[in-house]
Design a protein around this ligand. Structure first.
Ligand code: ADP
Length: 361
């Protein structure tokens, strides 16, 4: 204990004693004088100055003793009910400050302590477990980013070294330069996705709602892949209900559609088929993106919305496992729903449900 905390404790004890002294002095003086005056009247006894002086001295000593007794009893009560619980909470909070998020406080007995302490302890434990899971997410995220960056960076380094060789044939030079460009594009795509995800997670982007035709937006997004489906002979089938107006953030939603389309094309073999359908009811618009691609197992399906998860490692170079995490985040912000049905070797169908009007929040 430092000198200043000791001084504080002494001053607090004196203050408490003084408060008890005032209360006891007031009560004892009032009751004694009332008692004495009633007694002297009823017995018709005249009180002398000496009598009064002795009574005053005795009353004063009485007040002093009672105040000491009350202060001591109050100190013991505090020790048992308040100080023990606050000591636990303070030392746990100090551990959190030092970065130990595993600390938890066990509840205090509600017989000895105020029940409010258990409420504080409950909140504290919830806060500690939230902090601990945020910390795990953060460290996992950093580990994943560093891991994902390593491959393109080593491609750039290796091909950069090869480019330095003198008298390199023109063909190899172009090939190495292309590999470097592809790797740097992958890096920049990953960074863009990480930035988008971070901004969405920190809720710095709030939906800027506008009313628009969802069918038109879906067709515009799908058309961006025209060169892909033509080059790979992929059949396109669309079933789009007309005039489905929704009030939503168009920019955010186009991120969802382009990720779903790009996956559908990426995981579908040449000559396959991608189907887009849009239907609606009074409250929701329902979009389905199906493909006849490789599909995924139930185990894979359970993880696809996690950051950096890539089920099909043979196509790992074509993505970074952030696309569906972004999609899920956007759908969550819009209070919508996304699910996937898939059969390995037959294809997958992603179904997105969006409320036609968004809550103002
Ligand atoms: P990426 O496509 O960059 O790998 P995503 O987050 O978009 O990352 O997808 C995560 C994983 O989900 C993919 O690696 C793949 O295994 C699986 N996946 C997504 N869409 C499909 C699909 N249409 N067909 C089969 N698997 C898919």
């Amino acid at each position: 204990m430092t000198v200043s905390t000791f001084k504080h404790k002494v001053l607090r004890a004196i203050y408490r004693y003084f408060m008890f002294f005032l209360i006891v002095a007031f009560l004892v003086t009032c009751t004694t004088s009332l008692f004495v005056s009633v007694l002297s009247e009823s017995l018709d006894v005249e009180l002398t100055g000496d009598n009064l002086q002795t009574a005053a001295k005795l009353t004063f000593l009485n007040v002093l003793a009672l105040s000491i007794l009350f202060t001591a009893m109050d100190a013991i009560r505090r020790k048992l009910t308040t100080e023990r619980a606050t000591k636990h909470i303070t030392s746990a909070a100090q551990q959190i400050v030092q970065g130990n998020f595993d600390v938890r406080i066990s509840p205090v007995s509600s017989f000895s302590a105020d029940d409010n302490y258990n409420e504080i302890i409950d909140c504290f434990n919830t806060m500690a477990s939230e902090l601990s899971s945020v910390e795990t997410l953060r460290t996992d995220f950093i580990a994943n980013v560093s891991h994902e960056m390593k491959t393109p960076l080593s491609v750039i380094r290796n091909y950069g070294k090869l480019l330095q060789k003198p008298a390199l044939p023109e063909e190899s030079r172009v090939e190495y330069a292309r590999a470097i460009t592809d790797a740097s594009l992958r890096l920049s795509d990953m960074m863009t996705n990480i930035l988008k995800l971070t901004r969405l997670e920190n809720q710095q982007i709030y939906p800027k709602t506008e009313t628009y035709d969802l069918g038109e937006q879906l067709c515009e997004c799908l058309l961006q892949y025209e060169t892909v489906w033509e080059a790979r002979d992929i059949e396109i089938d669309t079933d789009i209900e007309e005039n489905v107006q929704i009030c939503a953030d168009a920019e955010l939603l186009s991120l969802v559609w382009s990720n779903l389309f790009s996956n559908a094309f990426k995981f579908t073999e040449n000559g396959g088929k991608v189907t887009l359908s849009l239907s609606s009811d009074e409250h929701c618009a329902i979009v389905k993106v199906s493909d006849t691609g490789c599909g995924m197992s139930a185990e894979m399906g359970a993880h696809i919305f996690e950051k950096f998860y890539q089920g099909d490692t043979s196509r790992a170079t074509q993505g970074n496992g952030l696309g569906l995490a972004l999609v899920k985040r956007v759908i969550d912000i819009m209070q919508g729903d996304i699910c996937v049905e898939s059969v390995v070797g037959e294809g997958s169908t992603f179904t997105v449900k969006i409320r036609r009007t968004q809550d103002e929040s």
